[in-house]
Design a protein around this ligand. Structure first.
Ligand code: PGA
Length: 262
């Protein structure tokens, strides 16, 4: 079957850049991509700023019609109610967020998010037409004990358990040992797990969803290693942390097709 998935390069800013810095960054990113004649129909680019930046990013993107998507780094599993500090999927939709990261390993570890909660967040996002970028990945301990794909496969099965086959989702395979470590997985490792994850999507949501869902790799992605991942048939983009804060590096990752033969 022909792969018609548009690659997605997504920048996860984590706890960096306030709303003024976000405006400057997105504006410069747009200029840099436009100077380089980047065609947004060939590679989609998205940024994931902190909640407090999103309104500013929305205003800039809408006013200048920038070909840059954006989303939040987390969402509440609840629709509304007495949940101090939470942000609902409806609020993200109201700010025209296209995406939301769900189940990032930092949320799983530092905030003890469970697979069930993550399934709730996925369902909450889908219900508001905000596409969840569902993060899964194994620690180095898991890797030693269970091999590369067992944990991400188990996490994804639960994460998909509350949505139907009409859902629009993105999956990000992020080995925890590769995040922020400078030690990325090999393209082959990423491909093997991505293929296993696509199989989970097929079993859970059917062939069509499996065929159209983009599976990203994340963990120490840089301009000098992105092309290797993008050559793999089941890797449809990247979730970029540290390197997404460096304008030249991020814009070079987005333009991977230009600077390296794929
Ligand atoms: P990194 O982070 O690119 O800095 O390794 C990836 C992520 O956490 O999404």
């Amino acid at each position: 079957m022909v792969n018609t998935r548009t690659p997605l390069i997504a920048g996860n800013w984590k706890l960096n850049l306030d709303h003024l810095q976000a405006i400057a960054f997105v504006q410069k990113l747009a200029w840099s991509l436009s100077d380089a004649k980047h065609d947004p129909s060939t590679v989609e680019v998205a940024v994931f700023p902190p909640f407090t930046d999103i309104r500013s990013v929305q205003t800039l993107v809408a006013a200048d019609k920038l070909p840059i998507a954006y989303g939040a780094q987390d969402v509440s599993e609840h629709e509304s109610g007495a949940y101090t500090g939470e942000i609902s999927a409806a609020f993200l939709r109201a700010l025209e967020c296209g995406y939301v990261v769900v189940g990032h390993s930092e949320r799983r570890t530092l905030h003890n998010e469970t697979d069930e909660q993550i399934a709730g967040k996925v369902a909450a996002a889908v219900a508001q037409n905000v596409v969840p970028v569902i993060c899964v990945g194994e620690t180095s301990d898991d890797l030693e004990k269970h091999g590369p794909s067992a944990v991400p496969v188990a996490q994804l099965k639960v994460a998909l358990s509350k949505i139907s086959s009409t859902a629009d989702i993105v999956v990000a395979y992020e080995p925890v040992w590769a995040i922020g470590s400078g030690q990325a997985a090999t393209p082959e490792q990423a491909e093997n797990v991505a293929a296993a994850l696509r199989e989970v999507i097929r079993e859970t949501l059917g062939d069509d969803v499996a065929q159209k869902t983009r599976i990203l790799y994340g963990g120490s992605v840089k301009a000098n290693n992105i092309a290797g991942f993008m050559r793999e048939p089941n890797v449809d983009g990247a979730l970029v942390g540290g390197a997404s804060l460096d304008l030249n590096e991020f814009s070079s990752i987005v333009r991977y097709q230009k600077h390296v033969g794929v």
